[in-house]
Design a protein around this ligand. Structure first.
Ligand code: HEC
Length: 131
């Protein structure tokens, strides 16, 4: 009995470590730092909280991570993003947060102070916590 328990505990630990490693490689960013990046470089146009309504210039970003692009109700998207067929994976979001036009030419999001690659990773990790 005790032996079986020990083995299953060991197995459990192994699975846990594997899960942590996977998570770490999938989201390299630091969500706490990302919250700060969001405030400084995204919040002038976007809201992020659930049910907050759309921002002054951009759509609400709650739950955007992993979702199909251009699906927030009551936001007038550009034809470019509506027809993009993009699903917001972490990779796509990271690229978008640095240079939207490179991901979807003709999209109407303009970044005056584009985040660095590290800041983009962090902000994407932050977006992933908001769902
Ligand atoms: C100057 C205003 C502005 C700033 C600053 C801005 N955005 Fe946007 N964002 C927009 C607009 C406008 C759109 C809609 C684009 C379109 O319709 O082509 C958009 C769209 C998006 C989308 C797609 C949403 C969807 O529903 O598909 C994401 C994701 C996004 N922005 C993330 C960010 C992040 C992250 C930052 C900060 C690094 C940021 N934005 C900064 C204006 C802005």
């Amino acid at each position: 009995m005790a032996r079986t328990l020990a083995i299953s505990m060991l197995k459990g630990t192994g699975a846990c470590i594997a899960a942590i490693a996977l998570t770490a490689s999938a989201t390299a960013g630091d969500a706490a730092k990302g919250a700060d990046v969001f405030k400084k470089t995204c919040a002038s146009c976007h809201t992020i909280d659930k049910g907050a309504g759309n921002g002054p210039l951009g759509p609400n970003l709650f739950g955007v991570s992993g979702r199909a692009a251009a699906t927030v109700p009551n936001f007038k998207y550009s034809p470019a993003i509506k027809n993009s067929g993009i699903v917001w994976t972490d990779d796509k979001l990271t690229a978008w947060a640095q240079n939207p036009q490179k991901v979807i030419p003709g999209a109407k999001m303009v970044l005056i102070h584009a985040p660095t690659a590290d800041q983009a990773n962090d902000v994407v990790a932050y977006l992933a916590t908001k769902k």
